[in-house]
Design a protein around this ligand. Structure first.
Ligand SMILES: N[C@@H](CCC(=O)N[C@@H](CSS)C(=O)NCC(=O)O)C(=O)O
Length: 238
């Protein structure tokens, strides 16, 4: 089984094309314990199949926040892979088996540190994995490659998002690999150092950032009206 160089970490970046969402599979090759971050309902069967083909044991289905643009695959994965637990932050106000505050999510010998990064939504978190030979963070919609999550609905607040990025993500070492929940331009990942230098929004002053975010004028996500209510139950049907 392919692992990240120098570790027993199994890592896959998966894509859902309708919502341009990245799902991440992380596992410990030795213990087989695995987690999925931000699965989408439309690709949940693909993800469950991959977990099975790799001989992994899915223990947690983890969300970075209550998404507005797609229905999470969490509920479907719980029925496809009995025993795995749904995970989201307590601040999201969503229902799940595990409600996180700051702390750790552990699989095998690896741990994801939970950093609260509100601003896109109140309940957004970033998951940080620090291993001897690899540093990576899963930023959800808080920080995108050369962008960031919008702040015009779901308790969005640009000043809060700015503080989250500078306080909780840009304080990580510059070589930390960053993996977002979305990309709309074919980009897959970035680093803390790159974004500190080149992010067109977050390199600005806080006042300028707030102005930029308040004048983005983006259309609402097409699925928002059905996605948010479903995701407040982690995609579980009553
Ligand atoms: N067109 C898409 C929605 C695109 C969008 O609004 N993306 C969000 C993240 S999903 S809520 C975002 O924060 N974008 C930031 C940006 O600068 O584009 C759809 O209809 O689903």
């Amino acid at each position: 089984m392919a692992t990240a160089a120098g570790t027993s970490l199994v890592f896959r970046q998966l894509f859902e094309k309708e919502s341009s969402t990245y799902t991440y599979l992380l596992a410990d090759k030795d213990t087989k314990e695995a987690v999925l971050i931000d699965p989408v309902v439309d690709t949940a069967e693909r993800d469950a199949k991959l977990v099975s083909e790799l001989g992994l044991k899915l223990i947690y289905v983890i969300n970075t926040h209550c998404h507005a643009d797609h229905i999470t695959g969490t509920g479907k994965l719980k029925s496809l892979v009995p025993g795995c637990k749904s995970v989201i932050s307590r601040a999201s106000t969503a229902k799940a088996d595990v409600l996180l505050e700051e702390g750790q999510v552990t699989f095998g010998k690896f741990s994801l540190e939970v950093r609260t990064t509100p601003g896109h939504t109140n309940g957004c978190v970033t998951y940080v994995l620090m291993d001897e030979s690899i540093r990576m963070a899963f930023t959800g919609d808080t920080l995108l490659v050369r962008g960031c999550g919008r702040t015009d609905f779901q308790e969005g607040n640009p000043a809060t998002l700015y503080d989250s990025v500078w306080g909780k993500i840009f304080t990580l070492p510059d070589d930390t690999l960053l993996f977002p929940a979305h990309d709309y331009k074919g980009q897959t990942m970035t680093t803390v150092g790159e974004e500190k230098r080149h992010n067109p929004r977050l390199t600005q002053s806080k006042d300028k950032f707030v102005e930029i975010m308040n004048t983005l004028g983006l259309a609402y996500p097409k699925q928002i009206d059905r996605a948010v209510p479903a995701n407040l139950k982690c995609g579980l049907q009553d």
